[in-house]
Design a protein around this ligand. Sequence first.
Ligand SMILES: [Fe+2]
Ligand SMILES: [Fe+2]
Length: 306
Amino acid sequence: MTEREAYTISSLELHLFFLRIMKEHAFFLSAGSTPVNADFSRGALRFKQQFETLLSRAINLGNGIVRPEILKSCEIVTGCTLTAEQQTESLTGIPINKKLTHMEESMNASCSPNVTIELSHHVKQLNQQTLILLNGFLRFQESIVEHVQSCRMFTSNYPTLIDHILREAIYYRDSLMALDNENCNQNMHHKADETFWNRIMMEHALFMRGLLDPAENKLIVQANTFAETYAELLDMATEKVCDCEEAATEPLDTLAETEKFRDFKQTATIGLTECEIRSIILPLLSDHILREANHYLRLLRMQNCN
Ligand SMILES: [Fe+2]
Ligand SMILES: [Fe+2]
């Protein structure tokens, strides 16, 4: 595979995961706002629409081009995404473009795609447009963080969640810039950034713990245990960097723990969509963090194969 082909495929795969993540972040920012911040809410929805436009482009360009493992990983859509969107739209009154979900569900993959020069050109343009939009979205989110931290804005999203989604946007932007600057073949098999993703997973567990109804004690305890596990994994990574003494106990395995956490998120998403769990978690938020676990699992498995 040539560098141009690898660059084109990697870019499309990155967009298919992250453009949906970004448009949902914009949705959550809008859904968590209050009437006094109507301008911010409208601003978030404008970003949502712009990410949807780019996602539609990425789906059209990536159909028949992306690798089978991307579609199989359930990081683009899960079996719950459409139901979660329908329910979240009717619960919040905020429209969600479900046509994109249908388009993603019927996407095809290829092991030997025909990556034309014209396609690479379109993808290069898409990358540039995405970087411009991402920079604007980052400034928008930074202004929300600033307002929330100085107690000038109330939102039903935890301040840590706003910071969390800001870090995911920075990670996306950095990954996209790395594709432009680095060896493209390396990017096809890039190492999972375990410190970044383990912190993301830990925070997902903390959000779940805090957004479940107090009556859901069993699930709260389980979520808390996952948060502790990821905190331990993060500590282990720091110890490795410090070259400290070997741990006396069997080290935790990130892949195995993330598989367990993915199963927990999947069960929770089904439970929420079937109205079996009491919480203030929007079904789409649960499906969103499930897809992020699926994405991380694919990166971890890919890393173990190399
Ligand atoms: Fe996210
Ligand atoms: Fe996340």
